[in-house]
Each structure stands twice: as C-alpha cells, then as structure tokens.
Write a protein that binds this ligand. Structure first.
Ligand code: ARG
Length: 463
C-alpha cells in the first residue's frame, strides 16, 4: 500500500536523508506498546459512543492484537513515526474500510502525548522501586555499622568523628527525598491528553473520561490545546532525575575517593570494578565513575528539554519530537545508575579499621573539647574555641597542663581552677564518647542511628 499519509496533500516522498531527519521511529520503540494501548482504548470508546460499528471495532481490536504480537520489527520503518506506521499495518491487516476508521476524532498530537505519558508512568514506577532498593541497601549496610567510627569531613578536611552508619543514613535521606519527588512528578504525568485531537478537540462525541480510565490515568489534561502542547511533565521529570543523579554522583565520588589507597576505606567488589589493559595491578572503580559521568548526561537532557521547549508557541510543533528522546535517555541512565549503585553498596568491602584509624586524625575531637570546657567551666563557647584553636596549632594531643597554659595566657587563669579535669579532657578526646554524646535527633550516636534505621525500615514496610 502507498504511504497512507502522503497520497493526498503531498505529491512526492522524502528522500532517505530527509526521512532520517524527520523520523522519530528509532525513539518510538519506547512507545510501541503504549501506542497499541492507546489505539485499543480509543477504538473501544469510539464503539461505545456509537461512532464506529461493533463489527469494525472487533476487527480493529483483533488487528491491533495481531500488530502487537508481530512486534515493532514488522512495522514499516519508512514511515515518519510509529503512529502512522502502526495504523498503516493495521489497515494492511483489516483493510481500509475498517482500519481507516480508527483515527476518527484523533490526531498524532494527542496520541503521542498520551503514549509518552503511559511509558513514562511505567518507567517512574520502576524507578520508585529501584530507589527503594537503593535505600534498603544503604539502611542494611548502616545497620551493621552504627559503631563503626570514621572521620566526617567538611571542605574534604577532617572535621569531627562520626560513624559509617551516620554517613550512609545521610545518603539514605537524600534517596528518600528523591523517591518523594518521583512520586510527586508521577501524579502530574498520570493525566490523559487523549481526545484533544490536533489541539481543538473534535466534533465527534468522544468520551475522554472513558479513555482516561481505560488507560489507567487518574484524570484528564483538560484544555485540549494545553493537552497537546505541554511538555512540562517531561521537564519536571527530567529535573527530578537530574536531582537523583546529582545525589548519586556525590555517593559515587566518595566511593571513588574512599577506594584509593590514601583512604582505603572501602573496596568495590570485583564485578563492579575494571582493570587496566596495560597496568596489570589495577583495580579501578569504573562503575562508580560511570555513575558520576552519567549524571552529566542526565543533566544535559534536562537542559536540552528546557531549551527545546523554551519560547515554543502553542500548540503542537514538531520541535516537540526532538524533546522526547532526551526523556528516554535520562530515565534509562538514571534507572541503571540506581541499580548499579545498589549493587555497589550491597557488595563492597568495608575496611572498618582504616576508617576507625582516621576517625581522630586532624584533631577531629577539637569541637568536643571546646564544648567540654564550656560545660565544665561556664566560659563562653567563643573563648573555648579560641583556646582549643591555639592548642590545635601544635600537633600534640593536649593535656590539662597544655589547656591551663593556653587558658592562662588568654584568660589570666587556668581552666583546672574552674573545674576542668584531666578525665574530662580524655573523654572529650575519645571518639567513642564523642559519638555517644551526639544523641539528639539525627546525630551519630549508635542509639540514635539505630532508631533512624528502624524508623526508615518501618516507613518502607520492611519490619
Ligand atoms: N512523531 C511525532 C512526535 O513525536 C508525533 C506527532 C506528529 N504530529 C504531527 N503533527 N506531525 O511528536
């Protein structure tokens, strides 16, 4: 059969270069199954509304199932998109007298917008599950490391002692918010544009609510011009994904750093590592590096979506076709990155001794020492900060005598005279008691991190 779209208004066909330029067939593989669903729902509704006859409806529905079984490979890829190619195949199967009725009251504009939403919905549901999986991996790891000391960093300088559980819980918190954002974006993706037709709806008496509910949408994108023109759901989703990837890239960066011999905190499982083609000794954290790299790809997709949609006049413009692949690229990269990160976290080796060894390096207990002075002697924190700052200039672990020397110079009197004891100093300098003291909500004390882990697991329905 000749091209069903190009036998009326147009008299010539595009050459291969033009066809490749205009075709969305390669990206449309993402929406093949969604398109079948849209066709089924639309056809059924057309029959229910008395727009097509019962027997035509049956033939079209059977024909569509046939097309589905044949798969996308059987479609004619010389058409400019999946919608017209699928319709043409249907017409080949059931004849134009019947198949030619399916597109009544519909345009590819509402069709494609509906298909994208259906596929994206599935992707987002899978992503939610994958994010929950990542969170569980973080929480499971955290649950055995509530006592594992490690240095916490600010400016990538040793700052205060913390625990590995506390650090993992920080990432788990970010993943929890990412999951919330996906859920939120889902609620706006899950609205039906179907029935908007080209943009001005249609004079056929379509039942938009019916197709929306057949397709599992929670509501309509009401205004028919908005329905076909808007791609803000793609921008919103891509931005949510960019956020996920930024968070993952921060984890990945830490994993890369921590697996250097300089840190030696962790070792990735062999299956998540690569080696060098020349340096036989190398074990490289390539999977973590690629997560870091893919964050760039996902951020680029967001920028592409924003730029393509910017200043586009309503309603449908073909530019919108160029937007869609960015969504698929970013959702694919994000979902795989989440899965790989989950595997890395679950399988990596944690070197608790190396972490604990570094927990007090760089005088990380200095804050607790200053706090102890405040609590024991009543001096203002700012004064204690100065005293401990001066003590920190020497690389020696301070004793009560050192404290008295410095406080004597600054205050004119030693702090031992105001109640500070050697035991208090020793306790302040002990990383374990440092951690135990930090027991307010969100702190690193083992009791508090255990509580946080339990409450997260409970939230996920895992206890
Ligand atoms: N392939 C097109 C897209 O992705 C489908 C809609 C085509 N509509 C049109 N008026 N040419 O946007």
């Amino acid at each position: 059969m000749s091209n069903i779209l190009r036998r009326g208004r147009l008299s010539s066909s595009p050459d291969e270069d033009i066809l490749n330029f205009t075709s969305s067939m390669s990206a449309d593989k993402w929406i093949f199954e969604a398109d079948i669903l849209v066709d089924l729902a639309h056809t059924l509704m057309l029959k229910e509304q008395g727009i097509i006859r019962h027997d035509d409806c049956s033939k079209i529905l059977c024909g569509l199932m046939h097309v589905k079984e044949g798969g996308i490979e059987l479609l004619d890829h010389s058409y400019e998109d999946i919608h017209i190619s699928l319709e043409s195949r249907l017409i080949d199967i059931v004849g134009e007298e019947t198949g030619g009725r399916m597109h009544s009251g519909r345009s590819r504009n509402d069709e494609v917008a509906t298909c994208i939403r259906i596929r994206l919905r599935d992707e987002l549901l899978s992503l939610m599950e994958e994010l929950v999986g990542l969170r569980l991996a973080l929480l499971n790891r955290a649950s055995v490391h509530t006592e594992t000391l490690m240095p916490g960093f600010t400016h990538l300088q040793h700052a205060q002692p913390t625990t590995f559980a506390h650090h993992l819980l920080a990432h788990s918190g970010a993943v929890a918010r990412d999951t919330e954002r996906v859920t939120d974006a889902f609620s706006r993706v899950n609205r039906s544009p179907l029935g908007a037709a080209a943009f001005a709806s249609t004079g056929f008496d379509l039942d938009r609510q019916r197709t929306a509910s057949l397709l599992g949408f929670s509501g309509l994108l009401e205004n028919s011009m908005d329905a076909v023109s808007s791609r803000d759901f793609l921008i919103e989703t891509a931005s949510v994904l960019a956020n996920v990837m930024v968070n993952l890239s921060r984890m990945a960066e830490e994993l890369v750093l921590w697996s250097t011999p300089e840190f030696g905190f962790i070792e990735l499982h062999d299956s998540y590592s690569s080696t060098s083609s020349i340096m036989p000794q190398k074990k490289n954290p390539d999977t973590a590096e690629l997560i870091r790299g893919k964050a760039g790809t996902v951020m680029g997709s967001l920028m592409a979506l924003l730029t393509i949609c910017k200043a586009l006049p309503l309603s449908y413009n073909r530019d919108l076709q160029e937007a869609t692949p960015n969504m698929w690229r970013s959702v694919e990269a994000t979902r795989s990155a989440v899965r790989i990160m989950t595997g890395i976290i679950g399988s990596m080796k944690v070197n608790t001794d190396a972490m604990a060894d570094k927990a007090t390096a760089g005088f990380t207990t200095a804050t607790e020492l200053a706090d102890t002075m405040v609590r024991a002697t009543g001096i203002p924190f700012r004064t204690a900060h100065q005293i401990v700052g001066v003590l920190a200039r020497s690389s020696r672990v301070p004793t009560l005598k050192d404290v008295d020397d410095v406080s004597g110079r600054i205050l004119g009197a030693g702090l031992s005279g105001r109640g500070l004891t050697e035991e208090m100093i020793m306790e302040a300098l002990d990383p374990v008691s440092n951690i135990r003291r930090r027991k307010i909500i969100g702190g690193p004390s083992p009791d508090e991190t255990s509580r946080a882990i339990s409450s997260s697991l409970e939230e996920l329905g895992k206890v």
